[in-house]
Design a protein. Structure first.
Length: 185
């Protein structure tokens, strides 16, 4: 069976919105609208991909090590291949904390964090990255979320403000994590 994904489905949409046809090789093909794909992908809006440099750890080891990250809500992970795992978060705050860090070292195995998107493929990798921006010599009264997001929106999509910036403990530099699409100028 060949599956062409062009949209996201909900169970209520499935029976009304899909159809099958036979192609020249007598294989069934199912088509989805882009609206259906978007609906199905919504469940993965807080999903990231972890990529290990050489090989990954076992699932039991990963689950044990993820407990050390002190996530408030549950997270689910599953293997995509021998170097990639899919990690799904329940809370946006935890998703952002994980995404903005960029990489983790787990038992000497380095895991780089990639953003999951609808057309994510392992090769080539996603060109959407998280980047920390340091704004130096910024007047302290601009250390406010709305002001910092307004300043950094011209570089990329602002995601999160660093905790030291929120607390004001380092007033000489404001740090903002942004999402940057490397395919765009």
């Amino acid at each position: 069976m060949v599956l062409h994904i062009g949209a996201v489905l909900l169970e209520s949409d499935l029976r009304y919105s899909t159809h099958s046809t036979f192609n020249s090789q007598r294989r069934t093909t199912v088509f989805f609208t882009s609206e259906q794909v978007q609906k199905l992908a919504k469940a993965l809006r807080y999903a990231l991909v972890g990529k290990f440099s050489m090989r990954r750890l076992s699932m039991a080891t990963l689950k044990h090590e993820f407990l050390k990250f002190e996530f408030v809500a549950s997270l689910k992970q599953g293997f995509l291949d021998n170097r990639h795992i899919l990690v799904r978060f329940d809370l946006e705050e935890e998703y952002l904390r994980y995404w903005c860090r960029g990489f983790y070292s787990i038992l000497w195995f380095v895991m780089r964090i990639l953003k999951w998107i609808i057309d994510f493929t392992i090769n080539p990798e996603s060109l959407i990255v998280s980047v920390q921006i340091n704004l130096t010599d910024l007047p302290f009264h601009l250390f406010h979320k709305a002001a910092l997001f307004s300043i950094t929106i011209f570089v990329g999509n602002p995601l999160k403000i660093d905790s030291t910036t929120i607390e004001g403990s380092h007033p000489r530099v404001a740090r903002v994590c942004i999402e940057l699409d490397l395919t765009k100028p």
